[in-house]
Design a protein around this ligand. Sequence first.
Ligand SMILES: *Cc1c(COP(=O)(O)O)cnc(C)c1O
Length: 376
Amino acid sequence: MKVPLLDLKQQYATIKEEIRKVTEEIYASQYFILGPQVERLEKQVAEYCQAEYAVGVSSGSDALIIALMVAGIGAQDLVLTTPYSFFATAGAIARVGARPVFADIDPGTYNLAPVEIEQAIENLSADEKARLKGIIPVHLYGQCAEMDPVLQIAARHGLVVIEDAAQAIGSEYKGRRAGSIGDFGCFSFFPSKNLGAFGDGGIVTTSSEKLYDGLKIFRNHGAAPKYYHRFIGGNFRLDALQAGIVSVKLKYLDNWSRARQANAENYRKLFADAGLEQIELPLSIQDRHIYNQFVIRVAHKRNDLRQHLQQSGIGSEVYYPVPLHLQECFKFLGYGQGDFPVSEAAADQTLALPIYPELTDDQQAYVVDSIKKYFS
Ligand SMILES: *Cc1c(COP(=O)(O)O)cnc(C)c1O
């Protein structure tokens, strides 16, 4: 049996006609950049995420960069985040000229640990504390970070809160949707995300009219009005084809999220029945986990298990093998091995299993059975 990590072809087959219709409308209009399709998607996503506004942008990475720019964060500034995330989280901070400051994660949820945030701020000098301007909590794998403590710490230190919700569209924390909790919510439409485009794309949510105006200006090279540049922004625009496609898919997102949640419950049952004590299952403690990934932890020889699964026709992935503080390009930050032991252990031990909505019970049983065979 073959079980890919992700199979987007099955999903496409169910929406093919609608996609064809919307893309043909766009071809006929010859209106490709921003415009009515993007505006419609922005309204839909703002409503879906319980935010006042949304601004379509070129990618999830650019969503983070433009949010930092609009927040006025740049050279000399510090921004706190997690070392256990996709590279763009910290890359965006460095790209605007600021310095990433890392704090370790919680071993159960893989999200920023509030006590570690406090500690990381405590470790800064008085001068560095004064230059700390923002915090980027990541809602990793589709589950919201512990946002109440993040907001409290941010209020105490005057920090802008930028949610990296690239993996978490529709997830909730105490009844609040990801992207509606901080000052900005940054989303990605990379094809493998729960709401994926047919190329690159992203969106930023906010409930502040002032920040919304800033996002629209920075998205277009900081021009307001046209050809009069108040700021140095960039080309962060979303194109109409991606917006039209994402808009079609958004209608189905809740069904797809429910299917992922059902698959997660099914895995829990299958793992419990198999009595696999060597495997630690993902913690689900927030209100609505949307399972962009289902990540298990294997204390020893994770890579051997991954290879065994591959030989059995099962796709899996390591998100992420190298924590950000140990990346070559961040050597200049001065961090080293042992600085964030929880993140380092996660990088060595975690493995993402197939969880996509169309996954069948038989395929899941085969995955768990293959893991059982490996351990016996
Ligand atoms: C995917 C992702 C991004 C970047 O999104 P792109 O659209 O690929 O640029 C940023 N942060 C996290 C946590 C992600 O998973």
